[in-house]
Ligand binder design. Structure first.
Ligand SMILES: [Zn+2]
Length: 182
């Protein structure tokens, strides 16, 4: 198991102004974080830390892949990840996490980069997570559609094509919308 302790940087006791860290994230990383959306993954992270006066500039490069659940068939979906992110960190009385700056408690001065890395990954995942057309687990789709007959692939439009005009039933328009969006 990967101990998350390696991801804790003691900002008050850094020697020198420039540091580099590398991490290899595997399935254990996501299991330890109890991260529900990302189940597994394999990523390399390089982190460059620069101390500039009283603040810390952190530059992350994260590359690899993660597995999430496919929205359509609920099976594993592999997503490639390549992320460059920068964040400024400083010590302060009240810890906080904003878009621009992360404030770490000056009392202990420990920055946990595991959560930062996880949040960067989440931020960069697409909103819609699906296999490419035709690559979903067909058995799962069948089983799922038993409970949602309205999105069944086998449904045939009422002879709209034959007559050359659209079916009047608004439910078919809705269905077409769903199919087109997939
Ligand atoms: Zn799928």
């Amino acid at each position: 198991m990967e101990a998350l302790g390696a991801y804790q940087i003691d900002l008050r006791n850094l020697s020198g102004d420039s540091h580099e860290y590398t991490y290899s994230l595997g399935d254990a990383f996501f299991a330890e974080l109890s991260a529900s959306e990302i189940q597994k993954g394999s990523l390399n992270v390089s982190l460059k830390l620069k101390k500039i006066q009283k603040s810390f500039n952190l530059y992350f490069h994260i590359e690899g892949f993660v597995f999430v659940q496919c929205d359509r068939c609920l099976q594993d979906l592999r997503l490639d990840v390549a992320i460059d992110e920068e964040v400024n960190v400083r010590l302060g009385a009240i810890p906080s996490e904003g878009d621009e700056v992360v404030v770490v408690s000056e009392k202990d001065g420990i920055l946990d980069v595991a959560w930062l890395i996880y949040e960067f990954i989440m931020l960069h995942l697409p909103m819609v997570r699906m296999h490419a057309e035709g690559e979903c687990d067909k058995e799962m789709i069948k089983a799922l559609h038993k409970h949602q007959p309205v999105v069944d692939d086998d449904i045939e439009y009422p002879d709209a094509d034959v007559k050359g005009n659209k079916a009047a039933d608004p439910r078919w328009d809705k269905l077409r919308e769903i199919l087109n969006n997939n």
